[in-house]
Design a protein around this ligand. Sequence first.
Ligand SMILES: CSC[C@H]1O[C@@H](n2cnc3c(O)ncnc32)[C@H](O)[C@@H]1O
Ligand SMILES: [Zn+2]
Length: 433
Amino acid sequence: MSKLLIRAMVLPMTGPEVFYSRGEIGIDGDRIVSVGEEGSAPENFVPDRVLNLPNDVVMPGLINTHTHAAMTLLRSYADDLPLMPWLNEKVWPFEDKMTEEDIYWGTSLALCEMIRSGTTTMLDMYASMDQVAEAVLQAGTRAVLSRGLIGNGPNGERALQEGIDLVRRYQGAGQGRLKVMFGPHAPYTCSGEYLQKVKAHADRLGVGIHIHVAETLDEIKMIHDQYGKTPVEWLEELGLFGGHVVAAHCVHLTRKDMDILARNKVCVAYNPESNMKLNSGTAPITELRAQGIVVSLGTDGASSNNNLDLFGEMRSAAFQQKLRVNSTALPAYEVLEMATVNGAQSLGLEDVGMLAPGFKADLITVDLDQPHFYPRFSIPAHLAYVAHAGDVRMMMVDGKILMEDRKILTLDVHKVCQEAEIRAKRIANALNG
Ligand SMILES: CSC[C@H]1O[C@@H](n2cnc3c(O)ncnc32)[C@H](O)[C@@H]1O
Ligand SMILES: [Zn+2]
């Protein structure tokens, strides 16, 4: 096991006051052994390699808690529509033509983009999740994988069985880098009976649930017309919330819904850019946080965003809440927490999301020696409001360097881009002639 010492500015995300302007991090194998000012590593720590990056800031890798990675193949294919026509007229016909291999390459493209933009962990929901798992294992990142489940007829049963098999095959795979959850798509695509069946399997296998909730006013109306309740009330009545749940979106909530989410410790994945682009609405994030609900960040898929850059998402999240509430809402450090510490908590990952001794070495360095980072009044504000994907210089997951000097070491980026281009165009041509 190799030992590495990184000398840089350090933002460990262990508290708003903690920042080392001349800091260092000691890494032994897959774990962090020391974090502090230069010279703070234990005397008996003899590194095999020292990385001197005095103009970079080291911080925890970013955590994307709601995405559909393979949807990179639909990037800029289906724009300028609201959710339901977007899904029914464009996305689902395209996805019906995607093969397992397409999903592998679409996910690999997403992973290239994620590595370049500092995302070390994702929570994904899609089909053919074995392919997604293999792409993640190859890329070297961390992921929580959920088989997307649409609960209509035999397809729903088949998908559920795939979800069960996914747990058996991949829970803990890649030395613990992979974790599995179930992904019932939404209360409007799954019957109550089906959702209860999924929940029973999740409980039996000891895994969580990842679901879209209260995303649009159309959804609120559909669920009200069918069940006479809000989506959150309906899911609580079904018993879906009595365990580990990540609810994506939660845009349209009543006060009672927020109480239900808080009481059941449901974690909320906030997706501001997707919600803006699909004109879904603005989630009440400051109210949710005031209730003690863990709120993390997601990009959603690349078709409703149209990128997977969590730096951009932090900026949009903070600015959207400032516009909705007032300019003091969601300050820089809090939005950084949403993309790191809260992301880890929401995915049940106890030893990532911060830089501290004993934690996994999942980290990135951001190159601050660029015009847009001067003057350096506030490093947290620079990271939350200024930084973007291309500023990430280095990434490490589980102590292994996946990108160095902006070069991805685990994937052939050129090949991935070519495959994605050919496969996406094949499907679009088949649909549109
Ligand atoms: C059954 S796999 C997941 C499924 O979800 C679709 N999807 C992508 N983005 C959204 C969104 O914002 N709301 C609802 N559904 C979404 C994706 O296309 C897959 O079919
Ligand atoms: Zn989604």
